[in-house]
Design a protein around this ligand. Structure first.
Ligand code: FAD
Length: 345
């Protein structure tokens, strides 16, 4: 649609001036918001400021009014709240109906979703009903100032070798899903005030074909994106066994184990542990990079960590450029020594 649109002349540009503001679609499960929603509010705030437009949020579910308040605390000026029993659990049709109706009525110029399984499903379903495009899995967002007000949605392209910036020149709203962990949430301000607007659900239970009968909960599933402490290992570990050392350190710290792609590709640990461009983007408080050289495809996924500790026997390893603390030496001596010291405390 965008390609066709760009072929049309500027003179044919419709008037989209009724569309104003940035809308973040908040994702929740069992009344708890996904962190990416608050991260998108943080980024949305910057975009809205450049456009001199309001930052809006949409909260959908049952008994989720507290999340509307929280959205205000994280920076939203106006929150639309849609509560109904049939919206308790996510289902594509009822949720997409709510978002579509709100887009029609509130006319946001930009709509952002988390690039989670749910966010991708919902955004895709909505895009099929609108003449606009959807940029999936963005890692950078910016806007051109008025009068163009274009969203500059960037994401890795061509096997992650370059960044592509994708524009939706002719239609509104401009829509994108954005990766978790890339953007930063604003500090929560419980004193912040904003407008909360209740909106009606547009479907009744009997009109919804899909029913959620039960949830099978996976226990012990790794959640790298939300982890506060990550102990990551790379090719320097030399094999799968050394991940046992990392697990020991991670357990002592209350963290989880991450990995470079080299370790994952070697079959030493599962892909769900991979950090980087083709793995998870993480934003922990503490990140250990152990036997990891610091290739750009790895650092792009972890450079937002608050504190990075690198352990590498090569003092020239690029990872030391990202490290707040660097230890040059053999990981097989250093890691057990740190784990032993932490266990004593
Ligand atoms: P190496 O680069 O081999 O580094 C091993 C390090 O261990 C060295 O610095 C060495 O000095 C050190 N070492 C060795 N022995 C010891 C020891 N005993 N004690 C201490 N240090 C030791 N990579 C990712 O990580 N994530 C991604 O998502 C990702 N996506 C990619 C996507 C594409 C399209 C491409 C082309 C590549 C991608 N890569 C990704 C791969 C990336 O380019 C690197 O190849 C990879 O990160 C290297 O992993 P590594 O640092 O573990 O291994």
């Amino acid at each position: 649609a965008n390609e066709q649109a760009s072929e049309q002349s500027e003179a044919a540009m419709p008037d989209w001036s009724a569309y104003r503001g940035v809308l973040i679609v908040v994702e929740q499960r069992d009344g708890a918001a996904k962190k990416v929603s608050w991260q998108l509010l943080g980024e949305g705030k910057k975009l809205a400021a450049k456009l001199d437009a309001p930052l809006m949020a949409l909260v959908i579910g049952e008994d989720v009014a507290h999340l509307a308040e929280e959205a205000v605390h994280y920076g939203a000026d106006r929150v639309f709240l849609c509560e109904a029993p049939e919206l308790r659990t996510y289902r594509t049709r009822p949720y997409s109906r709510v978002v579509l109706k709100l887009i029609e009525e509130a006319k946001p110029e930009i709509v952002l979703f988390g690039a989670t399984a749910t966010g991708r499903d919902l955004a895709g379903a909505i895009a099929t009903h609108l003449p606009t495009g959807l940029t999936a899995d963005t890692t950078q967002l910016d806007v051109e100032p008025p009068p163009s007000r274009l969203l500059l949605a960037s994401r890795p392209a061509f096997s992650e070798k370059m960044m592509a910036t994708i524009l939706c020149k002719q239609y509104r709203p401009q829509m994108a899903t954005a990766r978790a962990g890339v953007f930063q949430a604003l500090p929560k301000d419980a004193a912040r005030e904003g407008e909360i607007v209740r909106i009606e659900a547009t479907m009744r239970e009997e009109e919804i074909a899909a029913q959620v009968l039960d949830f099978l909960r996976e226990t012990g599933k790794l959640n790298l994106e939300d982890a506060e402490i990550i102990v990551a290992g790379g090719r320097g570990l030399g094999g799968p066994d050394a991940f046992g050392l990392l697990t020991e350190l991670a357990d002592a710290l209350g963290g989880v184990v991450g990995a470079s792609r080299a370790a994952v590709d070697a079959g030493w640990i599962g892909h769900e542990h991979q950090v980087g461009q083709t793995g998870a983007t993480v934003r922990p408080k503490l990140y250990f990079a152990i036997g990891i050289s610091g290739a750009v495809q790895h650092t792009v996924g972890m450079s937002h960590a608050d504190v990075v500790v690198a352990i590498n026997k090569d003092e020239k390893a690029p990872i030391f450029q990202f490290a707040h603390y660097g230890i040059v030496g053999d990981l097989f001596k250093i890691v057990p020594a740190i784990a032993g010291e932490i266990k004593k405390r």
